[in-house]
Design a protein around this ligand. Structure first.
Ligand code: CAO
Length: 527
């Protein structure tokens, strides 16, 4: 048994190269050639393979470290008493061959595959430019792949791509023509490659030719999944903030291409813009149907009001994000109506019109006090409930420019006449377009009354961040069994939508029953 240290082998002229993956753990049994860590420069990613088999005893690098040749990577316990480090073949210079074809100040040069070591017939897996592209020196022209490595062919010069001579799937070797490039000015006069400019490429390419220990290899994403992508794509992914493990690969041998990354971003942006995602995922909705309605008959296009558009966005978000459950019941408001009618003249004297809505608002404040969870909101992180100690009831009101929801503040502390007066004032303001933001803010619960308009039931949409809403349909006199006989009672249909994340069915049923009880016997308010 011996403890052997594994260091970063010859990686050409690179220094302080990023460690982007650590592929083993302490205790792992490894074979010779297993990948230990992945390094990445701005031009290539490369793996440090194990020079021998053994058990990993200690890891001396972590993601984010910067290493150079000779940096300690890890220690391995081996069976061998000693080991000889594999000699590093000198890195062959892979200078892209550039042959001038003209001598004018603008000239077209041939860019050929540089020295890629012993490899021949290497697969072209990506073409990164097209005719007409203006490129700068060092831009990646194409990506090649062997069974051990992927590497990019950088442009030796800045210029305009005239013709691309290779395509994905081709097999190329050193000296094969990649493309023709129109270069101008001083560069054109001296088209021979400058050594320092091509050196990085030379290093990346040369890595391939080494029997071991370092190869410029295809990349995996930082989460160590099996996502495969070239250095250029990895770089793009990093710039765009794309997690490669999430991208659907369409390239050869399951590789992620530049287009895959772009498509991923495109879909994500579309999903966000259409509002079909919450944090963490999309609904993958079909695009909206595009229909030319005029094909089927006359049409007229009406512009939506600002309120219409705003409400639409809010409603769509609330409907998609909140798991609604709606509960239905009828409240017996026979006695309430008797009482309300009895108070009509008193109300008139007080200058107010009392409708069932005032009682519905008052009863809501009382029921909310009894069931505080209904008077809460989910915190934005979904970790807690914010239970409010004030009882502000919003009510939906029809206004010429669209639906508005003014709020009766502290309804628990107000009498029926006061609530009625406020309703009248707010409704008037709404119809005159004079509601202020404060008139419509701070609701803890909302009532949507279709009142006299009709309907027997509907599903009101919760007004986020509230967790419940009461829908009110048109009251009707119905026969109700009192234990001995059917009697005519004025029944008010109620539809209570709740946010199932906060309120479960049993609690909703209790709340609705309590609400009906308050409306059936207003003395409940006194308790
Ligand atoms: N069942 C039967 N009659 C009802 C009723 C009900 N649920 N609610 C109210 N009424 C009666 C009233 O008692 C009144 O009759 P009387 O004059 O005989 O007393 C009559 O209907 C008209 O009431 P109103 O509409 O003037 O007043 P209101 O307080 O009931 O409603 C308001 C005010 C602002 C809610 C209403 O005008 C309105 O805009 N409703 C539409 C709200 C809406 O669009 N909701 C849907 C939202 S989701 O798209």
């Amino acid at each position: 048994m011996a403890i052997q240290k594994v260091t970063v082998p010859d990686i050409g002229d690179y220094k302080d190269v990023d460690v982007i993956e650590v592929n083993v753990n302490v205790g792992d049994v490894i074979e010779a050639e297993d990948s230990l860590v992945t390094l990445e420069t701005d031009k290539a990613s490369m793996e440090v393979p194990a020079p021998f088999a053994g058990v990993v005893k200690e890891i001396n690098v972590k993601i984010g470290d910067k290493v150079s040749e000779g940096s300690l990577v890890l220690s391995v316990e081996t069976n061998a008493a000693a080991f000889a480090e594999t000699p590093q073949p000198a890195a062959p210079a892979a200078t892209p061959d550039v042959a001038p074809s003209q001598t004018q100040s603008t000239q077209v040069i041939d860019v050929t595959v540089p020295d890629i070591g012993d490899y021949k017939g290497v697969d072209v897996i990506e073409i990164n430019v097209k005719p007409g592209d203006q490129i700068t020196a060092e831009d990646s022209l194409a990506t090649l792949e062997t069974d051990k490595a992927s590497m990019e062919i950088p442009s030796p010069e800045s210029g305009k791509v005239i013709d691309v001579k290779i395509k994905v799937g081709d097999k190329v070797s050193q000296g094969d023509l990649v493309l023709t490039l129109e270069v101008t000015g001083a560069t054109a006069v001296a088209p021979a490659p400058k050594q320092p400019e091509t050196k990085e490429v030379a290093t990346a390419a040369s890595l391939v030719s080494q029997a071991q220990p370092v190869t410029a290899v295809e990349a995996t994403d930082v989460h160590n999944t099996n996502a495969h992508a070239s250095p250029a794509v990895r770089r793009l992914a990093r710039i765009l903030g794309v997690e490669l493990a999430r991208v659907v690969a369409t390239g050869r041998k399951g590789r992620i291409t530049k287009e895959d990354c772009e498509n991923y971003i495109k879909k994500a942006v579309q999903a966000i813009q259409s509002g079909s995602v919450s944090s963490g995922g999309g609904l993958d909705l079909l695009p909206d149907p595009q229909i030319d309605f005029a094909k089927f008959g006359d049409v007229e296009v009406e512009a939506l009001s600002r309120i219409n558009k705003l409400s639409a966005k809010n409603l769509a978000r609330n409907w998609v994000k909140i798991p609604h459950v709606t509960f239905y019941d009828d409240a017996d408001i026979t006695d309430l109506e008797v009482f309300r009618n009895a108070k009509k003249s008193a109300a008139e004297k007080a200058g107010v019109k009392v409708t069932p809505l005032s009682f519905l608002i008052k009863a809501a404040a009382v029921a909310l006090k009894d069931y505080p969870r209904f008077n809460s909101s989910l915190s934005n992180d979904g970790e807690s409930l914010i239970v409010k100690k004030y009882f502000n009831i919003g009510f939906a009101a029809d206004a010429p420019k669209g639906l508005v929801v003014p709020v009766i503040k502290n309804a628990d502390q107000k009498g029926i006449f006061e609530i009625s007066r406020e309703i009248m004032e707010l409704v008037k303001k709404g119809r005159d377009g004079k509601l202020k933001p404060d008139d419509m803010q701070g609701a803890t619960f909302t009532i949507s009354s279709l009142g006299v308009l009709g309907t027997t039931a509907f599903t009101p949409i919760i007004n986020m961040p509230e967790v419940a809403i009461m829908g009110v349909s048109k009251s009707a006199i119905k026969p109700v069994w009192n234990g001995k006989e059917f009697t005519p009672r004025t029944m008010l249909p109620l539809s209570l939508s709740t946010d199932h994340r906060v309120i479960d069915g049993a609690l909703a049923a209790q709340f609705l029953t309590r609400y009906c009880a308050i409306l059936a016997d207003l003395r409940e308010i006194l308790l």
